[in-house]
Each structure stands twice: as C-alpha cells, then as structure tokens.
Ligand binder design. Structure first.
Ligand SMILES: NC(=O)C1=CN([C@@H]2O[C@H](COP(=O)(O)OP(=O)(O)OC[C@H]3O[C@@H](n4cnc5c(N)ncnc54)[C@H](OP(=O)(O)O)[C@@H]3O)[C@@H](O)[C@H]2O)C=CC1
Ligand SMILES: O=CCCC(=O)O
Length: 323
C-alpha cells in the first residue's frame, strides 16, 4: 500500500471481496439447483437429509416406513412413494440403510426398486455400512443400466451427522464423487476418495472393527474397576489424562456408568459390522482373536434384547458374564 494510492487499495480490497462473495454465491446456486434423493431416514439418514435441506439443497426423501418422511417434509423436503420414484425425480440419490440385506433389496426389488429407474445421467451413492461384495453387486447393477455409483460409508455417529461433521469414506466413479462433493462437504468434515468400489466398505469395516474391540476393552475396564471396589468415574478421569484419552471413552463413559444407553449407534449395527469385518479377516487370512471375542460380546448383548440400544450397552453383556 505504500507505493499505491488509497483508491488502488480500496479497489483491490473491493475486488477480493467481490470475488469471494460471487464465488460463494455460485456455490449457493449450485447447491440450490442440486436435487438430491435420500433413501432411508433412520438415525443417520434423517440427520443427513435434514442437513442437506438446511444448506439449500432440494431433497426428495423416501423411507420404508413412510411416516418417517413427515418431519423432513415439514422442513421443505418432497416425498417419493417408492425408491423408483425418487430415482426418477433426482439426478443424484443417496441411500443410508441398515445393512447389506436392506441395501440390496432397495436396489433390486422387482417392483419399485432403484433399478427400475436408474439410467444414464443418474448417480447412486450408497452410504450404508455394508461389505465390499454387496457394494460390488450394487455397482454392477447400476452401471449395467448406464448409471454411475459411489459407495460412501461414514465414520461418526448421530451428533456428527447432525453437525455435518462425518468422515466420508468414498470409492467408485470418480466423476460422480467430484460432482457430489458439495453435498459431501455439507454432510462431513472430510471426504476421502479411496479408489475402486469395495475400498470404502472395507475401510469402514476396519475402522468399526477397531471401535467395537475398543468398546469391549473399555467395558471390561469399567466393570473390573467397579467390581474390585474402585470408582469407575475416577477411572474415566484417569483414562482421560493419559495416552488413551479419546472422544468415545469421554462421550460414552459417563452414561455407561449410569447404565444408560440411548441409541446413537445401535448395537445390532455394530455387531453386523464386527461380523462383516471378521469375514473380511477370513478372506485375507488375518487372525483377529480380539475382534472375535468382541463380536461374541455383541452377540451376547443382542441375545439379551439390547440390539436397539446404543452399542455401549455391550457392557451389560460383560456384567452378565461375570454373574
Ligand atoms: N447410527 C450410527 O451412529 C451410524 C450408523 N452407520 C451405518 O449407517 C446405516 C444406517 O444406520 P442408522 O441410521 O443408525 O440405522 P437405523 O436402524 O436408525 O435406520 C435404518 C434404516 O434402514 C431402513 N431399512 C431397514 N431395513 C430395510 C429394508 N429391508 N428395506 C428398506 N429399508 C430398510 C430403515 O427403515 P424403517 O424406518 O422402515 O425401519 C431405516 O430407514 C447402517 O448401515 C449403520 O451401520 C454408520 C455410521 C454411524
Ligand atoms: O458406524 C458407526 C460409527 C459410529 C462412530 O464412528 O462413532
């Protein structure tokens, strides 16, 4: 500014401001134009679809139990009566469904499934946690009809979904990934592109295998502290100060000590992920005795009727096994 006049500086600042303002307007317009279909409004899907709406996307929702669409419709979403209707209406459709069986049936159902309307020019993004085989089957069917496919399972639970802070583990058609980045940017804090279909599913299973094993070790520690006459609340403070501090222990520990498990990540889904991760271990001859033991605890918890509670309820299986 020393060698230029005040007017030059003001102009320059104005230009920068104008450029920033007009490019964010462009992004806004792109989002507003982007019509996204959303299949599956469970804990995660509802929060994710709501976020897209809040950020100016046009969203058309469908859920197997149709009444779950009502709240989204009140917030400005349109509703499709079937997955096929949503696909017909939208260029891009995201799915967030419970497991491989649900992900496959929504695509392959003879009547009203995704395949009925998918065609060239349309993109399908499945963000459910499934195994690579399921993802590959869906990819083959979608691309066989001329559509494009990306798998995009997520790390992060109900709160990160509400806050748009998920971690997206995407793989598949790179052009579709690039086009849907504006939506991923709203849903998550970071999107990884991991290459060919299957890599997203596998990465997600590895991550959740580690998480499920950690939750079991944590549960055993809390029960051991309590049963040996120590304060499990003090254990939380000690863990939080050392090398093992982490958001999961910090977030779930206090409610676990009160035997309270409001579902953020349902236990039945964590057990599904352990099962699928162990199958991936089998395929690759990776010995995983820790994960196998953790899976047994989740199975036990399911057999105790705890499948719909948060996965931290696995501590009840640990308590039960010592009684
Ligand atoms: N909750 C979490 O913290 C996280 C979950 N995930 C993964 O995301 C996915 C969704 O999880 P979440 O939202 O918690 O699960 P929910 O159990 O809350 O929701 C499951 C959804 O799948 C639908 N569904 C189930 N079976 C079928 C079927 N046969 N046909 C059509 N729709 C079906 C349900 O419909 P209906 O309402 O009719 O039952 C519902 O919309 C899962 O794969 C999970 O592992 C990933 C990261 C975090
Ligand atoms: O799949 C569920 C992941 C839950 C989490 O990352 O907290």
């Amino acid at each position: 500014c020393q060698t230029t006049t005040y007017t030059d500086c003001a102009c320059f600042i104005h230009l920068i401001f104008y450029h920033h303002h007009s490019s964010s307007l462009k992004t806004q317009r792109r989002k507003r134009k982007m019509e996204i279909g959303f299949l599956g409004l469970g804990i995660m899907g509802k929060a994710m679809a709501m976020n897209l709406l809040k950020h100016g996307f046009k969203v058309t929702v469908w859920n197997r139990t149709l009444s779950k669409c009502d709240e989204l419709v009140e917030h400005g979403a349109s509703m499709g009566e079937t997955p096929a209707q949503v696909i017909k209406k939208c260029k891009y459709t995201i799915a967030m469904l419970s497991d491989p069986c649900a992900a496959l049936s929504v695509v392959f159902d003879d009547k009203d499934g995704v395949l009925e309307q998918i065609c060239e020019g349309k993109g399908y993004i499945d963000m459910s946690t499934v195994d690579a085989e399921t993802s590959l089957k869906i990819n083959q069917a979608i691309t066989g009809k001329g559509g494009r496919f990306v798998e995009g399972p997520v790390s992060g639970s109900k709160k990160p979904a509400e806050d748009g802070q998920l971690i997206i583990l995407a793989a598949g058609d790179k052009s579709l990934f690039d086009e849907t980045v504006p939506a991923f940017d709203v849903l998550g804090k970071k999107s990884f592109y991991l290459g060919q279909v299957g890599n997203g599913a596998k990465m997600k299973l590895v991550v959740n295998m580690v998480m499920g094993s950690m939750m079991n070790a944590f549960s055993e520690g809390l029960v051991l502290a309590d049963k040996s006459g120590l304060s499990s609340d003090t254990l939380l403070d000690i863990l939080d100060l050392g090398a093992m501090t982490n958001p999961m222990f910090k977030g779930k520990g206090p409610s676990m000590n009160k035997s309270s498990y409001p579902p953020a990540f349902p236990l039945k889904h964590q057990q599904k992920d352990m099962r699928l991760a162990l199958a991936l271990g089998d395929e690759n001859a990776v010995s995983m005795p820790v994960a196998a033991a953790a899976n047994e605890a989740f199975k036990k918890a399911r057999s105790m009727g705890l499948g719909d509670l948060d996965f931290s309820a696995v501590i009840e299986a640990v308590k039960f096994s010592r009684e």
